[in-house]
Design a protein around this ligand. Sequence first.
Ligand code: TRP
Length: 341
Amino acid sequence: MTETSFAPRVFSGMQPSGNLHLGNYLGALKPFVEWQGKGVETVYCMVDLHAITVWQDPADLRRSTREMCAGFIAAGLDPEKSILINQSQVPEHAQLGWIFNCVARMGWMGRMTQWKDKAGKNAENASLGLFGYPALMAADILVYHATHVPVGEDQKQHLELTRDIAAKFNHDYGVDFFPMTEPVIEGAATRVMSLRDGSKKMSKSDVSDASRINMTDDADTIARKIRKAKTDPDALPSEAEGLAGRAEARNLVSIYAALNGQSIDAALSEVGGLQFGAFKPMLADVAVARLSPISSEMSRLMADTGEIDRILMRGAERARAITAPILKQTYEIVGMVGPTP
Ligand code: TRP
């Protein structure tokens, strides 16, 4: 017995390694929260099993997982509406991941640009998990029969691979069991770049802390980082075309617009003509106004990690009500002997 029609369900994941920053907020958390209000089921996952494809200190990993969960909730995800989980607590992810290790081909994995970037010249020394990472990611998604996956541009190739795995599984076993998941790529408008270099993504792995605004930065730190952000000597243009070739200016304006929930053009009709000296304090004000309630809620939640742990445990229970039957059907399709009904 297999399902043939797929109800809309949103799934996305984020690695709990290092701090949440403004790029995660605007590029992922905000869209996650928007999906939550659209009347579809939403599942958001801290992918701790993915995180350990590169070394993680155990205490740091535990703290990052809880802090990310706190950040999700503080940003507006409601654990009653969305299912919030950490990956390792829903064992069907890893179990389906194994099946997909046997569906995906070495050649497919070897072509993943993220693998090539991360393993680099040192592939011999990279973990096997880092190479197989996208098969587990496909399992994360397909173990829910998820239909929509909001992610950044850099994950597009992994979502194409997810479709390839679903298609090969369905074809090899002659079933129509796994859906063709739609990527929902968050566009350039939500891509936040480094404050030190407008051509690089804001990233938790950048050595310079001044390159990013962390969700836990206090108001003074946020204002100082924005004051020091790289700019150019010109005034802001009044229309979006005027940002061409001005990566840093574009970045700061799009952060301003996104924080205000405006289009870039709307923001520029307000701030066009201003010098950075006048614009930066406005940007700092809106950043502090948006982020400080989130960071204080995060600290409140982090003061009692018992509450976070209960939320994740409850999330795992709800998740398993979805994933266990899908894994069971997968095992039956593949030919694993289990209890006879
Ligand atoms: N690979 C994603 C990243 O690095 C994280 C991730 C893991 C994910 N599993 C997922 C994202 C499933 C979306 C769906 O950002």
